[in-house]
Each structure stands twice: as structure tokens, then as C-alpha cells.
Design a protein around this ligand. Structure first.
Ligand SMILES: [Zn+2]
Ligand SMILES: [Zn+2]
Length: 323
């Protein structure tokens, strides 16, 4: 689809929508009479029929105003538009997969991938969601924020906790800026309340006065840069004694899903060489879920890189490293 923001010379980003997202948006608008679409079932050739359905849904997507609304959401962030070559919005089904990622190739060109549930298009929640994600990307392109280009991956529990702390601080900072920028949107005060309770829990090692001062600093208009957020995230208090977190329901350091089935020592040792291909700092004592141990053990025997279907997160994506 041709983005209308091409008219704007400064907005270089090309925005694409995956077919699955468009079709799901069409279907989630509910059953209705659509004779033009009915006719497409008569097309004998399967490929031709699929293409015709795709084109029909795309026309509907544009006519119903979804394309314009999504392009409008990107247009609110000119810095993202100026720094990105392409953004792809694709459909995801799981809320945990809804986030924006930044990929940089060797030539230094940036692409953005955004996972979005189709229901957000029809219930309107795509806008606060995109604002939150694009605010993160805007920070990443802002020299004043100073987001690092690449960070070594460290799957140890202490590093996981640092990343979790960082994520909460960055979300607090981002949503308080969004609340100031869009004072009429109720979503950001709700999100702030949620991040605040996470903040209270994760920084409970600070006394109340210290925590309050930190909260005010992070949410203030002066907006702490990356280096300050990272400094707070690395506070040594409560980081020690985190060498093993194989509690039921704790996060697997590799796939980041909560797990109740931790891999046995033997399974970890078997999978370790393949795991270390992707996570050089991982050690068997850091643990992993049974599923990861199985997947990596299988990868090892078939010698196919585990991320064969994914862009290489290790080298290209900086977002996943700290979020
Ligand atoms: Zn966030
Ligand atoms: Zn796992």
C-alpha cells in the first residue's frame, strides 16, 4: 500500500501491513453482506482466488480508514519516520508478542517490526499501544537519550533482573511523557498506575523516601537519559543471590516464558553447545525450560541455526536486548 505520508519529504519510512492483519481486521468487523467478495469464491485457480481476496480486503482496509489511521499514528513520531526505511505491521495472536522491534542491518539502515493483535484495530486500542511503542523507538533514535547500539546478551538471572528493572523505568518515563503530550487520553494514566505498582515491587529494597525521589525523577519533565535508567537498574542491592531462579512459574532465561518445567541437568548439558551459539554467556547453572532444552538439543543434531525463521536477534535487534 502506498503511504500517503510520502508527500512529506522528511517522513522517509515506508509502512507495510501484513496480509494476515488486514484479513483479520476485515473478519473482526463481523459478518455482513459483501457481494463482491462472495463472487471471488467462483475463481477456480487457488492462487488467483487468494490474491483476489487479498486485494479485496486491502481495498476494504483502506476504505474503512484503517490504513490512514495507522499511518497517522506513525506520523506523530517524525523522528521514527526520518530514521527508518520501513515499518512492517504484522498480526500476532498473543499479547506477549505485541511489541515493536528495531532491526539494523550492516549498512546501518533501520527497519521496524510491530506485532499487533487485530482486535486492537476494531476496539481502537491500537493508538495508545502504538504511541507507547513508538515512544520507545523515538527514544532509541534520540541522541539526547543515548540508547546504546548493541548490548551483549547475558542470560544470567541477575542480568534478567536488571533488564526487568530497566523496562519498568523506561515504561514509567515513556508513559509519563505520553501523558503530558496527550493529556486527554486516559490510557497513559492507567498504564502509569500499573507501572507504579511494578516499580514499588521491584524497587522494594529502597526505603520509601528514596523510592519516591526516584519516581519523581524518572517521571519528571526533564526525562532521565538511558545512562541514568541503566545506572538505577544496575543498583547492586538485591542483585546478589540471583544465580538460580528455577522457581515454578519463573521466567526461562532463553525464551522468557514463564515455566513450570525446568530442564534436568543432563538435558541442559546436552543442549549447552547449541544454546551457547546463540547465548554465549549462558551456563547450564542458569537453567532453562524443558522445551528450550529440547529445541536446542534438536538444533544441535540437525545443525540448523535455531533462529532460522527469525531475523538474527543477536546481531540486528537492539530493542530485545533491554526491553
Ligand atoms: Zn514499554
Ligand atoms: Zn525456555
Amino acid at each position: 500500500m502506498r503511504p500517503p505520508c510520502r508527500k512529506n519529504r522528511r517522513c522517509a519510512v515506508k509502512i507495510r501491513f501484513d496480509r494476515d492483519l488486514i484479513e483479520a481486521a476485515y473478519l473482526s468487523a463481523g459478518p455482513r453482506e459483501d457481494l463482491d467478495r462472495e463472487e471471488l469464491y467462483d475463481l477456480r485457480d487457488e492462487r488467483e482466488r487468494n490474491e483476489a481476496f487479498g486485494a479485496h480486503h486491502a481495498r476494504w482496509f483502506r476504505k474503512a480508514g484503517f490504513e490512514a489511521r495507522l499511518l497517522g499514528a506513525f506520523a506523530e513520531w517524525p523522528r521514527v519516520g526520518e530514521n527508518c526505511e520501513e515499518a512492517v505491521l504484522r498480526r500476532v495472536r498473543n499479547p506477549a508478542d505485541e511489541f515493536a522491534e528495531l532491526f539494523r542491518n550492516r549498512e546501518g539502515l533501520s527497519r521496524v517490526g510491530v506485532g499487533l493483535r487485530a482486535s486492537r484495530l476494531t476496539d481502537g486500542s491500537y493508538l495508545p499501544f502504538l504511541r507507547h511503542e513508538l515512544a520507545h523507538l523515538d527514544d532509541m533514535f534520540d541522541p539526547g537519550f543515548g540508547y546504546p547500539g548493541e548490548v551483549p546478551r547475558d542470560p544470567s538471572p541477575a542480568a534478567q533482573l536488571r533488564r526487568e528493572r530497566y523496562r519498568i523505568l523506561w515504561d514509567l518515563r515513556g508513559d509519563s511523557r505520553l501523558q503530558r503530550r496527550f493529556p486527554d487520553a486516559p490510557d497513559f494514566s492507567k498504564a502509569l498506575a500499573r507501572h507504579r505498582s511494578e516499580f514499588e515491587r521491584v524497587f522494594s529494597f529502597m526505603d520509601l523516601a528514596e523510592r519516591e525521589a526516584l519516581f519523581d525523577e524518572i517521571t519528571s519533565e526533564t526525562s532521565a537519559p538511558h545512562a541514568r535508567l541503566w545506572e538505577v537498574a544496575c543498583d547492586p542491592r538485591h542483585l546478589r543471590g540471583r544465580e538460580s531462579v528455577e522457581a515454578p512459574g519463573a521466567e526461562c532465561p532463553l525464551c522468557r516464558f514463564s515455566t513450570f518445567q525446568w530442564a534436568s541437568n543432563e538435558a541442559r548439558e546436552t543442549a549447552a553447545p547449541a544454546i551457547r551459539n546463540e547465548f554465549p554467556d549462558w551456563r547450564p547453572e542458569h537453567g532453562c525450560c524443558e522445551r528450550c532444552a529440547e529445541v536446542y538439543a534438536a538444533v544441535r543434531s540437525s545443525a540448523i541455526p535455531p533462529t532460522v525463521l527469525l531475523p538474527s536477534r543477536l546481531s540486528q535487534s537492539s530493542r530485545v536486548l533491554l526491553q
